[in-house]
Design a binder for this molecule. Sequence first.
Ligand SMILES: [Zn+2]
Length: 170
Amino acid sequence: MDILAHGLWAHAVFEAAYRAKGRPRSRREKWTTVFFSVAPDLIAFGPFFIVSLFTGFPQGGLGRPPDPALIPSYIYELYNLTHSAVIFAAVFLLVWFIRRKPYLPLLAWILHIGIDVWTHTASFFPTPIFFPFSGYVFDGLRWGEPLFMVLNYSALAAVYIFLRFFRRAA
Ligand SMILES: [Zn+2]
């Protein structure tokens, strides 16, 4: 899924969960949650994006992904690290161990992975959810499909309208 939608979904899901529990969040906690929801793609594609600003982007187009073969291999290596539930679990548990309590904004990371699993086809950055133990990938939808984009952002709009209404009612 695109990075903006990742951030918007994570904010909405966490906001709803915290409101349901009646637990307020600081502004900082909200932003760190959004950060961890976009970080998997930011880390994987950020360096390549900056380099491409100078060298030009690989051929593609609106709603049409570039040829995966034109994307440097280090991107795939970063992508494996940031899109693996195994790596997430290791980091989450390590942080839990160090702090002696779980760091909940990190859960936005596994939400990102969970969303990507079914919004990527096997041919373009499928989610290596069990990396490095297994190369299994799920052949999901293509998030760049215009119909998917329209439905996704319509759903987001509905959720945000609901959250606003819910806040007023509460
Ligand atoms: Zn992603």
